[in-house]
Write a protein that binds this ligand. Sequence first.
Ligand SMILES: [Zn+2]
Length: 405
Amino acid sequence: MAQPFDPAAATAAYLAALTPAQHAKAQAYTQGGHWLLLWGALVTVAAAWLILRSGVLVRLRMRLERAGPRPWRAVAAVVVVFAVLDYVLEFPWTAYAHWWRERQYGLTSQAFGGWFGEQVLNLAISTVMLTALVGALYLLIRRAPRTWWLWGGGVTALFIGAAFILGPVYIEPLFNTYKPAPPGPVRDAVVAMARANGVPSDKIYIYNGSKQSNRYTANVSGLFGTARVAMSDTMFQQGADLAEVKGVVGHEMGHYVLNHAVRDAALFALIAMAGFFLVDRLYPWALKLTGAQGVGGIADPAGYPVLMILFAVLGLLATPLTNTVSRVAEAEADSFSLERVNEPDGMAKALVKTIAYRAATPSKLEEVIFYDHPSVGSRVRKAMDWKAAHPKTVAPPLGELPRSG
Ligand SMILES: [Zn+2]
């Protein structure tokens, strides 16, 4: 007589794939990461305050204005000078939080030189994009001083959209090599899944993610014609089998089919809009609090560090909100994978391998505030509940999976 399938016991068995010491280490890494958010915001505030108080941006703005009013140039100069000074001031912290600590936990094998080179490249790219975005925001502040925050939300949505579209084509290849999945059972399965779910099947890549991180991961990025699913080579180095790949890729396809990129861009733009409104109201008070001399109203680019201070604080306070937007989409992508691909065990096996950087069993409160994915414990349990409710007697051929609307 076969025992009836027990989802709770099956979940516990999956979590027991890690030793108690490994779970404790994952918890130390994850909970330490929560504190890094607070310390990181404080470091950003301190760096911006130092730059503001140095008066360097006021002098820069005055010098540029002497040659006539060229607000675009003053904004561009302020953003670039601030980005470089801020990067230098924050560097010890960045190196600790994003490289040294990852090494300590065995989550990266990247040498310091390689990491630093990518940091510089990243700084250059983000400064160009930021200059355009901040330039547009200051233009709105000058033209529509009362309603700029409203239009600013729309501009932010456009920028997020542009980053989604251009990222996979122009930016990601600068950091990693993307290769189409090689012929074989993995690609055959993934292509069949893509066909069954209306995803362009020529856009399934494997990238050398192990260069930067040992995290077992996959992602979907891009929008419309540039969208693609990419699996890190770490998945295969950590022995992903076909069921795992199907479970994981089914999840990523869920993000694509359910249009999460568009929805998230819209929601993040709304959150940005609320942030701009608060920044508009809080600016005079915050400027006074910093004690900076020679800085004008919110339209003065020399006050840019005040905006950065407010964004750092508001961004920190918005963490539970932004994480929840993400977590809801992640739960939907899991459901999609279970419904369309029906590989609950493959998914559970894959999830267990992510515990190293995302502790499995946080409290509900910790999950709501800090987790941008549901916890592995609850995700594995959901897969096992699905398995209990959908005993897999004969798997339907992939091409004939039911399509829900
Ligand atoms: Zn996801």
